[in-house]
Design a protein. Sequence first.
Length: 417
Amino acid sequence: MEIGGHTRAEPISRAALALAECSDDPDAIAAAVHARHEVLDPAVAPEEVLDLAARSLDLAAAGSRAEAELWGRLWRLDVRLTVGDLTGYDAETAALAALADRLGWSVARWHLLRARAARLLLAGRPGAAADVAAEAFALAGTFEEQPARELHVAFLACLAPFTGRVPEWPGGLPAALARFGSEPIAVAQIGRLAMLGADRDTAAAACRALRDMLPDLAPDVRHNYILLSAGEIAAWLGWTGLARAVYARALPLAGRYLNTMTACHGAMDRSLGVIAAAIGEREAAERHLADAVAMEDRIGAVAFAAQARVAYAEVVRTCDGRRAHTLAAAALATARRLGLTAVAAAAAELCRDELTGRELQVADLAAEGLANREIAARLHISERTVETHVRNAIGKLGVTNRTQLAARLRAGNQYWH
């Protein structure tokens, strides 16, 4: 489907499916089902995508069309990921495994490995996910190398926020942007890789291209990744105008997951929270990020929950030090347990004791048991100033009272070890 063609394609695909069903021609119905699927966004129309999957499975059962069953299984898998139904996803993966064994097709085995890699990532095992993805990529070289290479890079890119290892695009990102600059999905991927690699020039070039593409962006299965990538890149670059426009457009996606077999990026609310924070909507950012943490906790996506907690802590660190520390400390514990190097580094930075010299001086005296009046007299400052410094120290260190403050200072500043 060409850029800007969705307005025409959507009603045409609906009419084509109705006509095909009237014809009772299985081949026509199969083609129409595929065409209809191409114009749908699983995050917006999950029930219709599941209905198309059911029709494809029915076609397979009625006419021994194995490829129809394969597509039906794959569509179901992506919907389960989008809505956060991992129990359903596991059941569908088992069904796909049985189909792959029955058919003996390399392409079916490839899809199965991709499904398993995504599940391993959601289970908090990015290293194992990378190994299975590499196995899938090796298998794909036997039948469809170029598209598989791009899908493989996309999956490695979604591992980077956890591992810190940003995949390289063959030939470099600027060359890739010059080559694929007319393809929204490729531009979004290149821009995200540039952001992960701190390449501001390439990220800006990709973001400019995405800004021009967004008005005509088709609301299909690729839409949400492209849109939210544009928003996150714009937020990182400080382009508040574009970030604001993306936020308004993406707001209806709250409550869904940006997860597919191709790549998993977690709850869309995390992206919305990051973008909202960049445009100064702090209350909205906090709400989105709290929802993102709850969504990841609900499905047991422990790595993504840690990532969301870090983003949440970054937003609230200047206004609520105690909550920021609690969030970052929880993320740090998870990241260290799972070996999420990049998340651990970000969480540890948020957990640092950043007391000013005067705050530390006042906190030390408070920890010794001195009252505010005694501290004020010793340091020749007002009691109110002492109260302020004590309150700031308590907030920054993530404790709730002077007793905990004393214990914290006795433990030393390297408490995260």
